[in-house]
Design a protein around this ligand. Structure first.
Ligand code: PEP
Length: 265
């Protein structure tokens, strides 16, 4: 692992990670205003790793609006596996790194469902992320039909195995897995803490069985309608190492409150 990679990975050291996925929201102008409002709302001394994950077009605006002493970093929503080339519309790892990103979401269910990202694509993207010293946030999650059929653990286990296929062990330091049941994303219907704990425990057991120490080190976070009303329930569980947040992260006050809950849990 390079020195830069080691620094990126060890920069994530807090007990919980709170990552705000803006999806296709906020212009660059709005993003700068968000950063100012979020900074005002975030209490000093918050003890959580915090990532703002804007669309590509707002990465630079967030980076410019950010100050060195801000308690939040920058991430991206996706990347292409090639470093450069004829891939119209795509953005590469080196470009994200140059734009100031520390982390990148890979395999979000919206990418899988709406843009056709396969497990093989997810694997290629994950390898590209670690190659370019970006901490991967690998998303896994089952559809409502898969849960009803009792296939949740099998489905997320397969996504995990295929996503990490052939990735060198030392590249997995600092790995984050986001368990995001598809039926809970953007629906206002969050999963129950017990349901999340069961899936996290099975993911951790699989990581430990197949990748040894990585199982203990990886962070497993939950995503799916996390809000200021339910966040404390999730952060109260030792199995849940943080949250990937959609809707609530677009409200600077609400997102700051989530970060505060994560810090004090
Ligand atoms: C997401 O898209 O990753 C997500 C968790 O969204 P929401 O919080 O809106 O359910």
């Amino acid at each position: 692992m390079t020195e830069e990679a080691r620094r990126t990975r060890t920069a994530f050291v807090k007990p919980r990670l709170i990552a705000g996925n803006w999806k296709m929201h906020l212009t660059a102008t709005e993003a700068a205003a968000f950063v100012r409002a979020f900074r005002r709302a975030l209490p000093p001394g918050v003890d959580a790793d915090i990532l703002l994950i804007p669309p590509f077009t707002a990465l630079d605006a967030v980076r410019r609006a950010r100050r060195d002493d801000d308690a939040f970093g920058l991430g991206a929503q996706d990347l292409h596996w090639e470093p450069e080339g004829a891939y119209t519309g795509a953005v590469s790892g080196p470009m994200l790194k140059d734009a100031g990103c520390r982390a990148v979401i890979i395999g979000h269910s919206e990418r899988r469902r709406l843009f056709g990202d396969t497990d093989a694509d997810v694997n290629r993207k994950l390898k590209a992320a670690v190659r370019h010293d970006l901490a991967p946030i690998l998303c896994v999650g089952e559809t409502p039909e898969e849960r009803d059929a009792g296939r949740t653990e099998q489905v997320v286990g397969t996504q995990l195995r295929r996503g990490l296929h052939d990735v060198a062990l030392d590249q997995l330091a600092g790995l984050t897995i986001a368990y995001e049941p598809v039926w809970a994303i953007g629906t206002g219907q969050a999963a129950d803490v017990r349901q999340v704990e069961a899936v996290h425990a099975s993911l951790r057991a699989m990581l430990t069985a197949e990748w040894g120490a990585v199982g203990g080190d990886a962070r497993i976070i939950y995503g799916g309608s996390v809000s200021t009303h339910n966040a404390r329930d999730f952060f109260g569980s030792p199995e849940i190492n943080g949250a990937l947040v959609g809707k609530t992260c677009l409200d600077p006050d609400g997102f700051a409150t989530l970060c505060q809950f994560a810090s004090s849990a």
